[in-house]
Design a protein around this ligand. Structure first.
Ligand code: PEP
Ligand code: MN
Length: 338
């Protein structure tokens, strides 16, 4: 259930409503928006008489949530979620963010060179994999924590936020000091134990859509994180598997407006994994921004063809710089900034 408080509701009134909901056996999640506080009640609400709550002082209105996801639904935060980072960067809101970096952190020189390029291009997020989920066990699996430390240093030196993928529960604690945003990869979108644990930390989570997941399943996975109290979830469309073989995946651009309609969570477009082809990355990045994406995630490398993983979809620096300029034009055309 969603209880929307009146704009002028006092803290005492909000507390009283929260207590009444808890006494009725539901878990209460609170969000304070620009103009009003919203209390979401999750649990056995079907048998509750909503009118009782509607009559409490300070309450504007009460309604049931019919969607299976409760906290990810737009009603929880009608004005949309803006995830804020310590370097001042935001994902959500009017400015389109750019997250760039190599598929995998390979060595110190590589990641420091890339960090400099990301900063010079005006992006605020450096992303690189230290733990890589590879289809083949014989492919490069990533440098692990030593690699992540390198990326964290490179990010810090350039005022960037470090984004990296966590593959399993046991990695969370070791990654925490070196990670500003935890990526959950497509293969782990339904690793529910991992998602629950990420609900317990207080750092943003970038949740990628599974290769065969519906948008509803993506939102339900985000609910695992949010129900633990971590509301800083950023969704990511990275292409889904279809019968088309011209591209590595089929980038579902329509997922972007669909997510915006159903949910308050920001959504990132990842045209690198979405297409798997360097020549298709820029057009699909532009399409994602035009469709309303809150950020773009792209793989870049100074020697893209020789990248240790995902070389075929990785941009060279000059291609990335050109893309940044083009995205600026598209963002302006749709009433946003870059
Ligand atoms: C990645 O981001 O490098 C990656 C492995 O992505 P995905 O989980 O979308 O395949
Ligand atoms: Mn990759």
């Amino acid at each position: 259930m969603i209880v929307a408080m009146q704009e002028k509701a006092t803290e005492d009134q909000i507390d009283a409503v929260t207590n009444a909901m808890m006494e009725a056996g539901v878990n209460v999640h609170r969000t304070t928006g620009v103009s009003q506080t919203i209390l979401a009640g999750v649990g056995p609400t079907a048998s509750l008489d909503l009118e009782t709550f509607e009559q409490l002082p300070g309450v504007l209105n009460v309604h049931r949530i019919t969607a299976p996801y409760k906290l990810a639904g737009r009603a929880f935060r009608p004005e949309g979620t803006v995830v804020e980072f310590p370097n001042g960067a935001k994902i959500g809101g009017n400015q389109v963010a750019v997250i760039a970096g190599p598929c995998a952190i390979e060595n110190s020189e590589q990641i420091f060179t890339i960090a400099k390029c990301v900063k010079a291009a005006g992006a605020k997020f450096l992303r690189g994999g230290a733990f890589k989920p590879r289809s083949s066990p014989y492919a490069f699996q990533g440098l692990g924590i030593p690699g992540l430390k390198l990326m964290h240093e490179a990010a810090e030196e350039n005022g960037l936020m470090a984004v990296s993928e966590v593959m399993e529960l046991s990695q969370i604690e070791a990654m925490l000091p070196y990670t500003d945003c935890f990526q959950v990869g497509a293969r782990n979108m339904q690793n529910f134990n991992l998602l629950r644990e990420l609900g317990q930390i207080r750092k943003p989570v970038l949740l990628k859509r599974g290769i065969a997941a519906t948008i509803e399943e993506l939102l339900l996975s985000s609910e695992y994180i949010m129900s633990g109290g971590n509301y800083d979830v950023i969704l990511c469309e990275r292409g889904i598997r279809t019968y088309e073989t011209s591209t590595r995946n089929t980038m579902d651009i329509s997922a972007i407006p669909v997510v915006h309609k159903l949910s308050h969570l920001p959504i990132v477009g990842d045209p690198s994994h979405g297409t798997g082809r360097r020549d298709m990355v820029a057009p699909m990045a532009k399409a994602a921004v035009a469709a309303g994406a809150d950020a773009i995630l792209v793989e870049i490398h100074p020697n893209a063809d020789k990248a240790a993983s995902d070389a075929a979809q990785t941009l060279y620096f000059d291609q990335f710089e050109k893309l940044m300029a083009d995205l600026c034009v598209i963002a302006t055309a749709v009433g946003r900034t870059l």
